[in-house]
Design a protein around this ligand. Sequence first.
Ligand SMILES: [Fe+2]
Length: 345
Amino acid sequence: MIFRQLFDGLSGTYTYILGNQGTGEALIIDPVLEKAERYIQLLDELGLKLVKALDTHLHADHITALGVLRDRLGCVTVMGRQSAVDMVSMRLDDGEAIEFGDIPLRAIHTPGHTDCSYCFLMADRVFTGDTLLIRGTGRTDFQNGDAIAGYHSIFGKLLTLPGGTLVYPGHDYKGDTVSTIAEEKAHNPRLQVSNAGEYAAIMDNLHLPDPKMMDVAVATNLIIGASVSDPLVEKNALCVAEARRCMEKDEAVFIDLREASEQRKAGVIPGSIHAPYAELSGHIQPGGMLRALAAGAKTMILYCAYGERSALALRALKDAGMENVRHLRGGFDAWSRDGGPTAGR
Ligand SMILES: [Fe+2]
């Protein structure tokens, strides 16, 4: 595994790049907008293709690079189920594994700093975002923060990990880079409490000023937006009712771009063909499955979880010369909410 810890001095943010040397795929955790060019250059130098960009939570102190990395590199954006961010492509639940080559990365929902905070556990290390910092913990006094919930996330989840688990936080302002669960348990001053009430008493009396960038960062991070300001994508988007009419007339073949884990969790549109977004380039090439389907009489309707991956894929298919293709606006989420038929995988 390739592992890089990168630092943004302005916000004190750590960003992590994990690269799978076997597959050449990479994911990035908590990227900062101003550093996007640096990440892109480094990924290129390391010969890695970015497949996923994750934010541990909605950040108040810097603007995320999720949207830019998605638009530039076509990666899938990932956050927790509870995130209020508009166009995140994949939403995780507590305990869910992120598919990333053969290295499992497990999502742990750790509300407290924010209600949408997640940590990511990977083998010997855990990426703790702002839930657990080195000799500190993330503040719980804004963004639906909750000190009691934070106590249970830290004590009930993180501190139950093996003591040697490496702790890689989302920030550090003192120059520390890594710690361990055992070290934090023993020496983190905020964790020397015997119950949730004692912890909340500490957290509720920090009297910290708001982060300098809070107003602009939270507002901007909530709307990373779809890359479907692209008129071509807009013109070829179908609403659920339109897609259902195509289905009823047997005029369409539905292409599911989600990963198998998302299908198992949420279900599928009956009869759809599975072509995970990560494998798209192979399916588009001459001899590829989607190219063969595009030559048929039926309209291809691409869908994913929320309509982000399908918008990116639509552009790629159109660029490859495929005409009879549309994408489902709002994805499977909109389909199932509007009463579209679904089936188990
Ligand atoms: Fe934060």
